[in-house]
Design a protein around this ligand. Sequence first.
Ligand SMILES: CC(C)(COP(=O)(O)OP(=O)(O)OC[C@H]1O[C@@H](n2cnc3c(N)ncnc32)[C@H](O)[C@@H]1OP(=O)(O)O)[C@@H](O)C(=O)NCCC(=O)NCCS
Length: 173
Amino acid sequence: MKSGPVTIRRAVMEDAGAIARIQIKSWQETYRKIIPDAYFDQLSQEKREPGWRKSLAEGPVFVALDQTNEIVVFANGGPNRENDATEGELYALYLLKSHQGQGTGKRLFDHVLEDLGRKGFPSCIVSVLADNPSRHFYERFGGRLVSEQSIARGGKQLVEYTYRILFESSSDS
Ligand SMILES: CC(C)(COP(=O)(O)OP(=O)(O)OC[C@H]1O[C@@H](n2cnc3c(N)ncnc32)[C@H](O)[C@@H]1OP(=O)(O)O)[C@@H](O)C(=O)NCCC(=O)NCCS
């Protein structure tokens, strides 16, 4: 069922609470069958909001709003947190289920990649759980598997894949 058009804009500091709320909801929708419930029980908007305030101060966060001006999608990126920022990283891209499959994910993805490209990064990485079917979205848009690692979430060991996406101006791999 179509959920109607969304408006994309850069988030402002006042959006931190709404982003934290939608993050928890989209994580629940995405990971309920992958990560044990215990992990979700300890999440709260209050605990996550300060992290978003910090992210918003550091770089752009893009959001999409539905027709009632509720945030239903968020995405952000920045320097790679692992390898001395020699490339960019897509930190997060989450749509509520109700808004998936209408081209919005790709639009947000493009916003983040364009921002990273403008900042001079030749590529970006994105890490995603192997059990998350959304990882095929990154494969669809040029992501090449570069590593896999084991991570713990909610007391369970999970496999995480890291993909690299080369930007068009980049000629080597
Ligand atoms: C993955 C996600 C961001 C895609 O956004 P979306 O709005 O549903 O996707 P779009 O409608 O923009 O799709 C654009 C294209 O990608 C394809 N696509 C979308 N999801 C896909 C998937 N899981 N696997 C393969 N291809 C996919 C679409 O078919 C479409 O192809 P087309 O250009 O040939 O028509 C979204 O489904 C999502 O938020 N998933 C849950 C959260 C999540 O797991 N995020 C990633 C965590 S790192």
